[in-house]
Design a protein around this ligand. Structure first.
Ligand code: HEM
Length: 407
């Protein structure tokens, strides 16, 4: 009998949390009359169980002395003017804060959304971003092992043709050099705490982090200038045309030895160019928003347009919030800046591969600016014919006045 009683008690004891969970899942709003509308023990327990708690009862009711529970009651307050009320007011931005500091964010002392941003930055952003880069490096290594270096197939002529003028190469290396520096310093600020502190300690990391930040903020201008330069110089050669379809259908001859005809830039290169312009442009804009905090607010307006054109619904994001706190704008700018940077870094890793060890003769185009004629014929046949004809005409002095070799 005694044992049966123990068993019964144990069963009831073990079942209680499950029943409580069910009640919480049932999600009927708890009766808060006993606390005058303030949170109840059930609210606290639900939060501790990691359940989603609707905070509106707290955000909209901050300190109402008339409905406050008397001090003598369990969970009673000091007449509605308790510390929790003050905290609530600060947390939900309804407290009357005055500050000597000026600026749009000076009176926001606690910002809830910051936690979500921090968790995203330290979690999925770092994890998936890191995997994407490592995965790309592995894929390129695999491609190199399987395909090997793409060689010049035909007989080399020993003659060269000018592919890029010095100003073009300057624009390219300004963009490339700054991007690489920005990539490395950006990765230091994202992964520094996890990777560099354990390796070098706090003191050394502090110096590295301060230097990285300074370099990152200042080199950004070189990237923006490089981006504008290549856009102005190359946009005309990157407009899509019919040759791109054929080139893409033949996979650019990357896996075969076919050489589909191409003008100055083939479809693959046009993709790289437009990735640099669109993604690089977006990185620059969000970077400027971060460089001048709270002055450039990009997201509320963008979300408004996305809602209006039905883009957010199409993407399954529902109605996006168009009233954003100043800090939220900054957090979104940082998150987008980093996501797009990872995307561009992954694309650029493939570009660096093909422009260096991946293809014989390619680097010369950006090194000396001169490429082997046979390379030009194989990879950019239409451009090569025009460039060589213009060069020969110029040499013979038959070029029309002011004509320069086709670029
Ligand atoms: C060490 C790094 C890099 C190397 C070796 C390299 C090499 C090259 C070469 C050889 C070309 C000319 C290809 C041709 O003649 O058809 C080129 C073009 C180009 N590069 Fe780079 N590059 C590097 C980094 C970058 C970076 C970081 C960016 C941008 C952030 C970039 C953007 C471009 C663009 C937009 C073009 C023209 C389109 C194209 O050819 O894909 N490059 N690069």
């Amino acid at each position: 009998m005694f044992r049966a009683l123990i068993a019964l008690l144990l069963t009831v004891f073990l079942m209680t949390p499950a029943l409580a969970q069910e009640a919480a899942d049932g999600a009927a709003a708890p009766d808060r009359s006993a606390t005058g509308g303030a949170q109840t023990l059930e609210d606290i327990m639900a939060r501790q169980r990691g359940e989603k708690v609707d905070n509106s009862f707290r955000s909209s009711v901050t300190g109402d002395p008339d409905s406050a529970a008397a001090m003598t009651e369990q969970l009673g307050t000091l007449g509605g003017a308790s510390d929790p009320d003050l905290w609530r007011g600060i947390r939900f931005d309804s407290a009357d804060i005055t500050s000597q500091v000026r600026g749009p964010a000076a009176t926001v002392l606690v910002q809830d959304g910051g936690m979500k941003w921090l968790q995203f930055r330290e979690g999925p952003l770092a994890t998936y971003g890191g995997y994407a880069m490592l995965g790309t490096l592995l894929a390129l290594l695999l491609f190199y092992v399987i395909r090997g270096k793409i060689r010049i197939g035909g007989e080399k002529t020993g003659r060269t043709v000018t592919r890029f003028k010095s100003v073009e190469r300057f624009g390219h290396w300004l963009l490339a050099g700054s991007f690489i520096v920005l990539g490395i310093t950006g990765l230091i600020s994202l992964f520094g705490r996890k990777v560099l502190i354990p390796a070098f300690g706090h003191d050394a990391f502090s110096t590295i982090a301060v230097a990285s930040k300074w370099v990152h903020n200042n080199v950004a201008w070189a990237f923006i200038l490089g981006l504008i330069m290549i856009f102005v110089m190359w946009v005309i050669h990157n407009l899509p045309d019919r040759t791109d379809i054929n080139w893409a259908l033949k996979g650019g001859g990357i896996f075969t030895d076919a050489h589909p005809p191409a003008k100055k830039f083939n479809a693959g290169q046009k993709l790289i160019f437009w990735s640099c312009i669109v993604l690089g442009g977006s990185i620059s804009l969000t970077g400027l928003a971060l460089l001048f905090p709270f002055e450039i607010n990009l997201f509320a307006g963008t979300f408004e347009k996305m809602n209006a054109f039905g883009i957010s619904a199409l993407l399954g994001l529902g109605e996006l919030n168009t009233v954003l706190a100043p800090h939220e704008e900054m957090q979104l700018a940082q998150a987008w800046h980093a996501i797009v940077s990872f995307a561009l870094m992954v694309i650029i890793l493939a570009h660096i591969y093909i422009g260096s060890i991946g293809m014989e003769g390619a680097f010369d185009a950006m090194g000396t600016g001169e490429v082997e004629e046979q390379w030009a014929r194989e990879h950019h046949s239409i451009w090569a014919e025009e460039a060589m004809a213009a060069r020969d005409d110029k040499a013979k002095g038959t070029a029309p006045d002011g004509a320069t070799p086709a670029e």
